[in-house]
Design a binder for this molecule. Structure first.
Ligand code: KIV
Length: 292
């Protein structure tokens, strides 16, 4: 049962109008201290994944607070079964594209598998690359107790770190699949320990993925840092979705926790079919789309 107050905001990041006649002012890029304030003001916020400039610009202009260059790009961009193969170079490439278009959203780059688990020196070096070469304002990495040293080292290099606990896709082989976590007393205890380890290590926020809503609520109430839920119920401080899932670009099957806010897949297919037909019939390009 939630002990949290009702959210204070209408639409986070909505445009602030000036005096009559002034153009609407674009809200400032959220900062780490602003996110802490939002938690204490019970102001909810939104995060979407983005992997290229085109969608980053659209989401940024729509008023998204945070843009995550997720290692889910391994799945939705590269067609891999898991997120394990994506490399630091590939993450930097996509982060750069997103960072160029994000004029007001905070850009967070995922640290890929293998880039922070071996030594904390590696972790700092790779996080620095995400900021310096990718243009991210923060990084995200998966795990709790096991990665607290990496979080602390990166944070002490002045790079804001977002944690990610619960169902951590990089642990797919240990978990035996993409399984909801925290369903037994033992597992619940482990997730809670991870939540506190991440906060104690210096993370500025934490993603709670694939866990019962009651557990996410308990974590959200007991941490000082904001929580961002995905498949973790409605009482987190923010919510995140993978853009291809919420836009209906991933085919018929989507995970139980995903809401399709649009169904673009069939629209894209219709557009492609119309193009093919017009080319075959010779009706495209017509006079209007030709040079003389
Ligand atoms: O990689 C990703 O897209 C993520 C989100 C699911 C939080 O980590």
């Amino acid at each position: 049962m939630s002990t949290r107050p009702a959210p204070a905001n209408g639409k986070p990041g909505s445009k602030q109008g000036g005096k009559t006649g002034d153009p609407p002012r674009r809200p400032q890029r959220p900062t780490v201290p602003a996110l802490q304030d939002w938690k204490h003001q019970s102001r909810r916020f939104s995060m979407l994944t983005a992997y290229d400039s085109c969608f980053a610009r659209i989401f940024d202009e729509a008023g998204i607070d945070l843009l995550l260059v997720g290692d889910s790009l391994a799945n939705v961009i590269q067609g891999e079964e898991t997120t394990l193969p994506v490399t630091v170079e590939e993450m930097i490439y996509h982060t750069r594209a997103v960072a160029r278009a994000a004029k007001r959203a905070m850009v967070i780059a995922d640290m890929p598998f293998g880039s922070y688990q071996i030594t904390s020196e590696d972790a700092v070096r790779n996080a620095v690359r995400m900021v310096k070469e990718g243009g991210a304002q923060a990084v995200k990495l998966e795990g709790g107790v096991a990665v607290k040293e990496a979080i602390a080292r990166i944070a002490s290099a002045e790079i804001p770190v977002m944690g990610h606990i619960g169902l951590t896709p990089q642990s797919v082989n240990r978990m035996g699949g993409f399984r909801v976590q925290g369903r037994t007393v033992e597992s619940q205890k482990r997730v809670l320990e991870d939540a506190h380890a991440v906060e104690d290590a210096g993370a500025f926020a934490v993603v709670l993925e694939g866990m019962p809503a009651e557990l996410a609520d308990e974590i959200t109430c007991s941490l000082h840092i904001p929580t961002i839920g995905i498949g973790a119920g409605s009482n987190c401080d923010g919510q995140v979705l993978v853009m291809h899932d919420m836009l209906g670009l991933t085919g018929d099957w989507v995970p139980h926790f995903v809401k399709k806010f649009a169904d673009l897949g069939p629209q894209v297919a219709d557009a492609a079919q119309a193009f093919i037909e017009e080319v075959n019939q010779g009706t495209f390009p017509c006079e209007e789309h030709s040079y003389r």
